[in-house]
Design a protein around this ligand. Sequence first.
Ligand code: GLU
Ligand code: ZN
Length: 303
Amino acid sequence: MSITLPLIQRPLISYRGRFAPSPSGLLHFGSLVTALASYLDAKHQNGTWLVRIEDIDPPREQRGATHYILKTLEAYGMYWDEDILYQSQQTELYNDVLGYLAEQKLSYRCNCTRADIKSLGGIYQGHCKDLAITDKNSSIRLLNSTEIYQYTDIIQGNVKCDKALAAEDFTLFRKDGLFAYQLAVVVDDIYQGISHIIRGCDLLEPTARQLSFFDTTGCQPPQYGHVPLVVTPQGYKLSKQNKASAIDTKKPQKTLLQALNFLGQSPPKELISSSVDYIMQWAIKHWSTDKVARKNQIMLTNR
Ligand code: GLU
Ligand code: ZN
């Protein structure tokens, strides 16, 4: 069934990509790599590249992070083409979409705790589906009617998803009163007419859910491409949580070339003495997703 949400999707005829960081910390090498991949893919195809700040989880946000992320993008020659969208400004739209889904019986309220779900094997089994819960202190789940088990990824090829995860009625609104990532990300990708999403492999699995949600809305999904995650020699993802060090904005050339190498683009060594804008021009011209490794993660060695 295809429905019309209170959300008009623009036709996805031109390339529109985006980088959508959460301001939970500073930009580190891993997030630089994903920003760069989405930027180069957009610019190589003469597309529009947007920045969206995913600030819907205040307890996890760090003061000043947004400002620093934007300054870093500029220092690395990545300039966004339209006004930045802040998810914290999208509350009305998210509520409209939730209201609409409830009205259409495409979602339901659930008051299971994390512990309840864990005791049932960790995957939510639709326990509250027919309970008609109205308590406002409950979460809201999508009635998942299109289970996506696999999809074609621009970089990773055929991606298979865990069946139980794919079939789960996942959360759109959290019990603690916050909008869930899955809701906000899909609503805004529709709202902004995003045609291509290039991001890190940590989001390979959630993509299946996002595709299910797109199907529920009747809107055309974007194409997805996932670049390998940067992991530490111990196998941990570089993340804001494990305090990966912020990247240098004073002399970005070296880090930029490392990021390009990480993405398999093999930039000529001489570029080290060129300006950032010149390196970026080279990178845009020579960008190819075929050169990016078809791996979920790559270890970061000598930086
Ligand atoms: N905001 C998410 C993050 O920083 C990424 C969202 C996305 O690219 O879909 O992990
Ligand atoms: Zn429940």
